[in-house]
Design a protein around this ligand. Structure first.
Ligand code: FE
Length: 280
């Protein structure tokens, strides 16, 4: 099959938002501009060295029906759930949590000052899996697959396989996601084979990229949704770092109710009821 580079379809910078107990963040997916990118329901970026922006953290709250993926670049976050699962996510570490039928947890900064920077991505579950058992896939930085290429390119693979065969530790049978953190020196390019119909986005952590054959620009803190194609191709105009995410769409009805994402409104109401009567 010939290579069809994915071109830039739309660009969004998200909206400033506050969640948990006053944590300041940028909501890039799950915003009025980009409500979702099936199966991605939400993408938040947070970055601050001002304690008041994050110190409140995310006290006890439930989730049902999807997966939360926390990837931290700076700082520490402690998570603790109602099943006794507890740990600290450190820089470069990932927590891929499948809330499925339900988890109540807190996510709190494990620091009083300094920089806290990271991302939370929500990945939807298919109807048949929404009431399955919760599950964690947690990896510290040294367990994230690192591919170092001769031209200085570094690819941290959380999930999926690079063109050179490096495979990330996270497994997701439902939407077979690719989630990678890529660093490029100025002038270098990056190519990644991808499912033709997977929904794909790039978020620029730092620098500036030219995307696809048309070389349209994507700047720092912008998220670009890509058109269909079987290859992602970007060039770094300056030294750059970006996240690449892609997954198979579920093409199912989505009913959202805050921390619950189900297929119908009735199922969301049931989730609120279950939470209120301690059944989550
Ligand atoms: Fe949460």
């Amino acid at each position: 099959m010939s290579t069809q580079n994915r071109e830039l379809k739309m660009v969004t910078s998200g909206i400033p938002a506050s969640d948990g107990d006053g944590v300041k963040l940028t909501r890039v997916i799950g915003s009025p501009q980009l409500n979702m990118l099936d199966p991605f329901l939400l993408f938040d970026a947070f970055e601050s060295d001002q304690a008041e922006d994050y110190i409140g953290g995310f006290p006890s709250h439930p989730h049902r029906g999807f997966e939360t993926v926390t990837y931290l670049l700076a700082g520490q976050m402690r998570h603790k759930d109602n099943a006794g699962h507890e740990g600290v996510i450190e820089p470069g570490g990932v927590q891929w949590m499948s809330a499925a039928k339900g988890i109540v947890h807190s996510e709190m900064p494990e620091q009083k000052d300094g920089l806290l920077m990271g991302f939370q991505l929500w990945v939807n579950l298919p109807a048949a899996e929404k009431m399955g058992e919760p599950e964690y896939q947690e990896f510290p930085a040294n367990k994230i697959a690192l591919e170092q290429r001769e031209n200085g390119t570094e690819v941290r693979v959380i999930s999926g396989t690079t063109n050179y065969g490096t495979t990330g530790p996270v497994i997701n049978r439902h939407t077979q996601p690719i989630y990678m953190d890529i660093s490029l020196a100025k002038g270098q390019s990056f190519e990644q084979r991808i499912d033709l119909d997977g929904n794909t986005f790039i978020f620029v952590i730092d620098g500036e990229l030219s995307v696809g054959s048309r070389k349209e620009k994507l700047s720092k803190r912008q998220l670009g949704v890509l058109h269909e194609g079987n290859s992602v191709y970007v060039n770094a105009d300056v030294e750059s770092r970006f996240l690449l995410a892609s997954a198979k769409p579920l093409n199912e009805a989505v009913a959202r109710g805050g921390p619950f994402v189900m297929n119908t409104k009735a199922e969301v109401l049931q989730a609120f009821e279950d939470f209120q009567s301690n059944r989550i």
